[in-house]
Design a protein around this ligand. Structure first.
Ligand code: NAI
Ligand SMILES: N[C@@H](CC=O)C(=O)O
Ligand code: NA
Length: 911
């Protein structure tokens, strides 16, 4: 080995260390340097600790004897490798201001590792400024000179803030000299109107030279042993493709050895991003190159760990701008990090992982601005990781602006060379194929490329397969525009059954159509191609299914009247409990009445929805309300809860379900409306994963629809359903006992919230007829509302009243008639009851006022009780009876709420 003391005429800190003893501390070495400076009577300002800064002294201070002793100790200053090294890399934002650079110095000093190698990026925005200088100069835009001044001023100001005394003077003199060299070089570029790659790489690399020098001075301020390294002296790379370089490890290691033997400090602050070619021409490691520098250096010294300091707490399970519930991952395997980076997650450039992976060196991603966050460790797959199914998927990533190319034809099957011909045509146009999927029938191959490259790809394929297309061996070369990729990444997906089922189930439940799928045998990722407009929703649906096991429902409430308002208040009191106990996250993201609506992207504050409704509301617009529910929020599952009695609102259910919006309602209008519309709705409901629930339409919160369904679905045969289906009429006849007039009792029922918005709907029997129709259709009968004979209790003269109020005012004039009817029944030992019957055997239904003996179960009711008797093949002798309050705000809203939770459980919430 060549003696460096001989090779270099300048005694460096290494030489001073050798003069003392090999193990001399940094502080001792510096003090020896200082003594030497003083003995030489040289100004302290000339002292440099290495790198491209001028070294102190201009002649060889060592005697031949000393040179020999250097030769001998050279071995002990040989680059040590292994666990004593910890490598840190600080990105541009960490180096953004003098205060931040000082914080970085503190973090470096706080690391107790024996040896530290610190790689830094340029101060934030500086690399862009440097690229812009080159760009402007070669475009002959002379504003580059002012921009260069700005670069100078930025660094001068930062240095003045951070440093003082000799260090400041040294830095500023170097900065001056660099800027004047750059000015000359940019002038040359300006004159030539062109910058060679090496010129431009030389210029842009200055950001790192300055930031790292400032940091090394800041570290030295504390008295620590610190050298500054210009990595162009050490890192040697060779081009390996457009905008890509490969490190030459052997040569770099040799140069690092050499460098270190000259300057073996405990802390080395080095430039990120820049390197040299084998011919010593300055170059860079290209964009994001500082991470790469850290990984290569980490590998060269076999570091214990490489820490990448940035401005986030670690690697997220999904892009937090798209998924607000994204979580920080504590560990990731190299392969997982690689896959995520490939799919666009802003983790690390995949090439950064290669150098550390080969030596099993962990990379830790940490937040410089939140030192308490432990960060994410990227390492070999940890052996003891949670093996549960949901934990198999580590993260999700997406790539937008893609197009799918589908090459299809019967002539492809079994013909060797087809895919080679396809992809060589793609290669010729230089397109980047992001995923490939081939149907096993070999009739089609599809692949995704960036949208901007697809025209060229399609043209190339049309040329390449012109004959095959003409002869019909290929049927088409089709381009599907506007696609995105969603990738689920996780090493443990391999050989774990059920992972893809969960993923596709989550997508199906969010009503997302998958265009293509790819999964390699390595199973590190499952890639699905979908429409770009569905991508964020797909990401959220998949993420919440795997990560949060939380079913999030975004709810739009239509009609905050009695039932709607009661439901909102019930939700208010229960949402926190649902989240805590059942992992169900219910967000009301919109409320609309007939005249105003309130919209929210994240969820209305249910403790003050009424005030908000008055303060923030916009004019009601159902189309906009539905659009908001479809698009303006982050939640995958959307539900409209119709609490109106409006036929028009009900007429939209089909379209909403088609859009993937679940519908829940106590409104009877859709299911008792025209039969064809009802059948269409139910057919759609059965054919999709979008749900339509309406338990509260019959018997309010009582389990009527679900009981009937349970009987039918388990194979029982419904013979007859009969009972008292009206809470209002039940209340009226239970309470019309001679003490109050008929009209008073009707007013009480209205006041208690049992009646329809228009009480004539109850008294006319229409409401009961609707319930009969709903149950008849549920039992398989195809009846229209007009097929049900209804005995109306609305006096003929009041049928034409223009409003519910007018009706209520005029009703007392008929009290006498009602008193007489009641008397007659009472005299016969009977009571009046208004009943509905679904006669399934005969395919009929009817609604009528009947008299029942006082012993009859129908005569035993109280309040707003409904009673419904199901006579079936299994319940033939004794019917199955459901009884209880069948109207009223709390029980009805409770029934609607039950449907919301039923939906949550259909969507995957735990039971
Ligand atoms: N009250 C009860 O015990 C039961 C009621 N139901 C059903 O619940 C529904 C609601 O009943 P209530 O709350 O008692 O009625 P309500 O009259 O108190 O409330 C209905 C609300 O819907 C609003 N509305 C009407 N048309 C609208 C439109 N196009 N867009 C937005 N909002 C509109 C009204 O302004 C009102 O605020 C009805 O369909 C009723 O049949 C079902 C079972 C029991
Ligand atoms: N008005 C209805 C309410 C429930 O559907 C009734 O009285 O039953
Ligand atoms: Na019910």
């Amino acid at each position: 080995m060549r003696s460096l003391a001989v090779a270099s005429p300048v005694p460096t800190a290494a030489a001073h260390r050798r003069r003392l003893r090999p193990s001399a501390s940094g502080r001792e070495v510096i003090s020896q340097c200082l003594k030497c400076e003083i003995n030489q009577d040289r100004p302290l300002g000339a002292l440099r600790l290495g790198g491209n800064l001028p070294r102190h002294g201009s002649k060889n201070l060592l005697t031949p004897a000393a040179a020999v002793s250097v030769e001998q100790v050279e071995v002990s200053t040989y680059l040590p490798k292994g666990d004593m090294w910890s490598v840190h890399k600080f990105g541009g934002t960490c180096m953004g201001t003098p205060q931040r650079i000082q914080n970085v110095a503190d973090v470096v000093l706080g690391d107790s590792s024996e040896r530290k190698l610190i790689i830094v990026s340029a101060m934030s925005k500086v690399t862009d400024m440097m690229y812009s200088l080159v760009h402007k100069a070669q475009s002959r835009d002379d504003s580059y000179t002012e921009e260069l001044d700005k670069v100078f001023e930025k660094h001068m100001a930062a240095a003045k803030d951070l440093l003082d005394g000799e260090n400041l003077a040294r830095f500023l003199s170097q900065l001056h000299s660099d800027i004047s060299n750059l000015r000359a070089m940019l002038r040359a570029i300006y004159i030539a109107g062109h910058a060679t790659e090496s010129f431009s790489e030389f210029v842009v690399g200055h950001g790192e030279l300055w930031s790292s020098q400032m940091l090394s001075y800041a570290v030295q301020k504390s008295g620590a042993s610190c050298s500054w390294m210009d990595t162009r002296e050490v890192l040697v790379v060779k081009p390996s493709g457009p905008d890509m370089v490969d490190p030459d490890y052997v040569e770099s290691e040799k140069r690092l050895q050499k460098w270190f033997s000259r300057q073996p400090a405990e802390i080395i602050v080095a430039t990120g991003f820049i390197a040299s070619t084998a011919e010593n021409i300055p170059t860079t490691l290209k964009r994001d190159g500082s991470d790469f520098s850290a990984a290569i250096i980490g590998s060269l010294v076999r570091a214990r760990q490489v820490t990448i300091w940035t401005d986030v707490d670690g690697v997220f399970s999904a892009d937090p701008r798209k998924v607000s519930e994204a979580v920080i991952l504590s560990t990731l395997s190299y392969q997982e990090a690689w896959e995520m980076s490939y799919f666009g997650a802003n983790v690390l450039h995949p090439r950064t992982i290669i150098p550390v992976m080969k030596d099993n060196i962990p990379i830790v991603i940490r937040n410089m601005f939140n030192l308490s966050a432990p960060g994410t460790v990227i390492c070999k797959q940890p052996a003891n990781e949670d093996a549960d199914l949901d934990a198999c998927v580590k993260s999700f990533a997406t790539i937008d602006k893609l197009a799918l190319v589908n090459v299809e034809g019967t002539g492809m099957a079994g013909v060797p060379g087809t895919s080679s011909a396809i992809f060589s045509a793609v290669k010729e146009v230089g397109a980047n194929v992001i995923m490939i999927s081939q149907a096993s029938s070999e009739h089609s191959i599809c692949f995704a490329v960036p949208e901007k490259e697809v025209a060229a790809v399609s043209a190339a394929l049309h040329v390449r397969f012109r004959e095959a297309l003409a002869a019909g061996r290929l049927s088409k070369v089709e381009v599907i525009h506007g696609c995105s990729i969603l990738a689920a990444v996780g090493l443990r997906m391999a050989s774990t059954p059920g992972v893809s089922a969960i993923l596709f189930d989550a997508l199906a439940k969010a009503n997302i159509n998958v265009r293509a799928i790819a999964q390699g045998c390595s199973e590190y990722n499952i890639t699905v191609v979908l429409k770009q407009e569905d991508c964020v929703r797909a990401l959220r649906a998949a993420h919440s299914r795997f990560f949060l096991s939380k079913t999030t429902l975004a709810i739009g409430v239509i009609g905050p009247g009695l039932i709607g308002a009661t439901l909102l208040n019930q939700l208010r009191d229960q949402v926190a409990i649902l989240k805590e106990n059942m992992n169900i996250d219910v967000r009301v993201i919109g409320i609309t009445g007939a005249s105003t609506m309130l919209l929210s992207d994240t969820g209305v504050d249910l403790t003050r929805w009424k005030e908000e409704m008055q303060k923030e509301a916009k004019p009601a617009d159902l189309a906009n309300f539905v659009r908001h529910l479809s698009e303006d929020h982050v939640f995958p599952n959307k539900v409209l809860v119709d609490c109106t009695a409006d036929t028009n609102v009900a007429s939209h259910y089909y379209d909403w379900l088609k859009k993937g919006i679940h519908v829940i309602t106590p409104n009877k209008k859709a299911n008792s409306g025209p039969l064809d519309r009802y059948l269409k709705l139910r057919t759609l409901q059965r054919a999709s994963y979008t749900h339509y629930f309406y338990e509260a339409t019959v018997g309010a919160g009582l389990p009527i629809i679900s009981t009937l369904r349970g009987l039918l679905e388990t194979g029982d045969k419904i013979l007859r359903v009969e009972g008292i289906f009206s809470g209002t009429l039940s209340y009226i006849f239970n309470n019309f006992e001679g003490t109050r007039s008929f009209s008073d009792v009707v007013a009480e029922a209205k006041e208690a919230g049992y009646t329809e918005p228009d009480p004539r709907d109850d008294l006319s029997g229409t409401d009961v007829a609707r319930k009969v129709i709903i149950l008849a259709r549920e039992s398989g009968l195809r009846l229209e509302l007009s097929d049900i004979p209804v005995e109306s209790l609305v006096p003929e003269a009041l049928k034409s009243c223009s409003s519910p109020n007018e009706f209520m005012q005029k009703l007392p004039s008929f009290d006498q008639d009602w008193a007489r009817q009641r008397h007659e029944a009472e005299a016969a030992g009977e009571v009046l009851r208004y009943v509905g019957v679904v006669d399934v055997l005969n395919g009929k239904g009817r609604v009528e006022l009947q008299r029942y003996n006082r012993d009859h179960p129908f005569a035993q009711l109280s309040g707003s009780d409904n009673i419904i008797a199901f006579t079936t093949s299994r319940y033939k002798e004794q019917p199955l009876i459901v009884r209880g309050p069948g109207a009223g705000a709390e029980v009805t809203a409770g029934g609607v709420f039950c449907d919301i939770l039923r939906l949550a459980s259909y969507l995957g919430a735990p039971s």
